[in-house]
Design a protein around this ligand. Structure first.
Ligand SMILES: Nc1nc2c(c(=O)[nH]1)N[C@H]1C(S)=C(S)[C@@H](COP(=O)(O)O)O[C@H]1N2
Ligand SMILES: [Mo]
Length: 481
């Protein structure tokens, strides 16, 4: 801590000033001090820090020779906000530690919910290798599980944006650290920060573009967001390991920061702070208010029903229409090229099992035992609907048509839709066997609308929306031939 008194005329053994002490906004920059550096802070102050015209001259000379920071953001005194300091950075950091952990876990769950190991058509990242080590067969109960985890993932991701931006703002002087690289370990640390900041930006940007339906990035969203998450979380773990103790120490102290020049303060506390226009707690409250505002205009899309009207940022629109089919539609029939002839009188449901096949007309399907189940649609984009009352035929009853008994195997569900990664899906055996899983022909007492999948669609307990295939024309039970 030898440098803590630099520029403030304090001997080294004087403790750093506390936040209660009045600051001196107009105090001149620490003229004789070299830029505060963590390494310097640990060394005893060299004699030359006594400021004076001679020292200043020497400083100017060494700057000219390239050893000092160039004018501009690399100089600590360039940054003048009196708010920056270990306390504020630590508070934002701890909020992000909690929030990003939840984002990562719910993100991994979202991938698991697709049952990617079951079949190639379910897997958007087939080359994941051991990154899929944690995968498990997605349960059908509780049936609202995906609605919850994905709603939390998307809503929290949006709500954390102000906190992320504030955290980056609070540490921005460090981006311009001088010299940019001091040693091999310092270079490695900076590289990990590049992955951390770049990774965070990448994950938030791809996630938000996806939920806003702007698929304007190269490659598949799933691939980018999945691998990006692993790169980011690696850097995140490294960062938390090194910084958590310091952050915990900082929040236990008062918002007033240690003096400029201490190890904690390096790069954060301005050596030449401007007069404050807001307190640290005030700044924190403003960021919190920003997050709450985003929560209020976002959460409604995951609650659905009446609350959807409050989802000002929902890209699909706030009014899904009225009547039994009046709930959120993802892709309309027209938008994915479903022709009236595909779903007209010529439509057939083909049911295939080992060595057997049955073709049903729409009327024959309606003549089978009809059941009801109340299940939501929960999309990966974070929106969902409250439970809808679906009516149709149990998947197990359809399996029975091709001679399969109680131990119904997994099933490939295919749509009349040509192409598109969501036109087919493989359901696990326990998804098929769940008595709530239907090939639905009705919803809320009415015939399915064209956009909700007429003549028939899959409705699977607990599954993500993407596995509720619309405009179904073929079911293949067991090993696809
Ligand atoms: N054939 C087909 N089925 C599909 C899709 C699709 O694009 N094509 N989208 C899926 C997705 S991603 C969701 S969230 C749900 C949405 O169902 P809804 O439009 O009836 O609300 O349908 C699923 N079924
Ligand atoms: Mo979806």
């Amino acid at each position: 801590m030898g440098a803590s008194g630099i520029g403030q005329g304090q001997p080294d053994d004087v403790p750093p000033p506390t936040g209660k002490e009045p600051r001196k906004p107009d105090a001149p920059p620490a003229a004789g001090s070299p830029p505060a550096r963590a390494a310097d802070a640990r060394k005893p102050a060299p004699a030359k820090v006594r400021s004076g015209p001679l020292t200043r001259l020497r400083e100017a000379g060494s700057a000219a020779l390239g050893s000092g920071p160039p004018p501009g953001p690399a100089r600590p005194e360039f940054w003048r906000s009196p708010l920056r300091g270990p306390w504020l950075t630590a508070v934002f950091g701890l909020v992000l530690l909690f929030g990003i952990t939840v984002l990562f876990v719910t993100g991994l769950l979202s991938y698991a919910a697709y049952n990617p190991d079951l079949a190639a058509v379910n897997d958007q990242t087939p080359n994941k290798g051991w990154l899929g080590f944690y995968l498990f067969s997605w349960p059908t109960s509780p049936y609202w599980l995906y609605r919850l985890t994905q709603g939390v993932h998307v809503t929290l991701g949006i709500v954390l944006v102000p906190v992320l931006l504030a955290k980056l703002w609070s540490v921005i002087p460090k981006l311009f650290e001088w010299p940019p690289v001091r040693s091999v370990s310092h270079a490695l640390e900076r590289l990990s920060l590049l992955l951390l900041v770049g990774g965070a930006g990448f994950e938030f940007v791809t996630g938000i573009l996806n939920v806003q339906l702007h698929y304007n990035f190269p490659g598949s969203f799933y691939t980018l967001h999945f691998y990006g998450a692993w790169v980011f979380i690696g850097a995140f773990v490294v960062h938390v390991t090194f910084r958590l103790p310091r952050a915990l120490r900082a929040v236990r102290e008062r918002p007033g920061e240690p003096a400029a020049g201490t190890e904690e303060a390096v790069g954060l506390v301005s050596p030449r702070p401007a007069a404050p226009t807001i307190s640290r707690r005030g700044a924190l409250a403003m960021v919190g208010l920003g997050s709450v505002a985003l929560l209020v205009v976002t959460a409604g899309q995951s609650i659905g029903g009446w609350w959807r009207r409050t989802a000002l940022l929902a890209p699909h629109g706030r009014d899904p229409g009225s009547g039994p089919n009046g709930f959120q539609i993802n892709k309309t029939a027209a938008s994915v090229g479903i022709r009236p002839s595909d779903v007209g009188p010529a439509w057939r449901l083909t049911v295939r099992g080992p060595g057997r096949q049955v073709d049903l007309t729409y009327e024959q399907l309606l003549a089978m035992p009809q059941h009801e189940s109340a299940l939501p649609i929960a999309c990966v984009e974070g929106w969902s609907t409250p439970d809808q009352r679906w009516g149709g035929v149990r998947l197990t009853d359809l399996a029975a048509l091709v001679g399969l008994g109680v131990n119904t195997p997994e099933a490939l569900v295919e749509s009349v839709q040509r192409g598109g990664s969501f036109s087919s899906a493989v359901l696990s055996d326990h998804q098929v066997r769940d008595s709530r899983s239907l090939l639905a022909v009705r919803v809320n007492g009415a015939t399915l609308s064209a956009d909700h999948g007429y003549p028939a669609r899959a409705i699977i307990a607990g599954a993500p929306g993407v596995h509720n295939t619309k405009w179904v024309t073929r079911l293949t039970f067991g090993e696809p031939a």
